[in-house]
Design a protein around this ligand. Sequence first.
Ligand SMILES: [Zn+2]
Length: 194
Amino acid sequence: MPTYSNTPPDPDEQRALPIRRTPTNGQLRAAITTDDLIGTPTHFYGGHTVPCEPPNCEACGKGIPWTWHGYVAAIQAGSRLHFIFEFTAQVGQTFRDYYDVQSTLRGCLFTAERMHHRPNGRVIITLTPGDLAVLNLPRPPDMQACLGIIWHIPSTSSSVSRDVNNKPIIRVDSAARIVAENIGSQRKSNGKGS
Ligand SMILES: [Zn+2]
């Protein structure tokens, strides 16, 4: 027997958020809803990105190289679509630097685009603190649960490594960093209590 209701389920309770990456053409503009980033080594294996799962990782066993990918949840400007943003270690370090100044990623407004609009062009990302009172952000999703749904992994089987500063560990390539704009200069404006 069906169970009817007059109210749709809260979209924020739906953990199956879509993944978005930096587009080849145009810009992705969004506001981050999660407090921090989460990331893990991944393989491009079987036609898509899958997490590296030691100690008996199938892709590692076949010699497939790994690449670190990071994730935050964000709502897209305009549509307010709640999605998971996937990014590389370079971009992750930019978010990490922002976090170190602002103490949270939540409310961070970012614009991401690709240099020369090439499919694998370097991602140029700019970050600006947003006004949480104006943004009216939804509650952050459980990122491990979201990624678990995407990767068909029970969330109980994953864990987040923490370093001594209680932040997720992030492995970064030696490639040049991208400078995030407006991070240091706006620290003072974030100091007001809210
Ligand atoms: Zn692996």
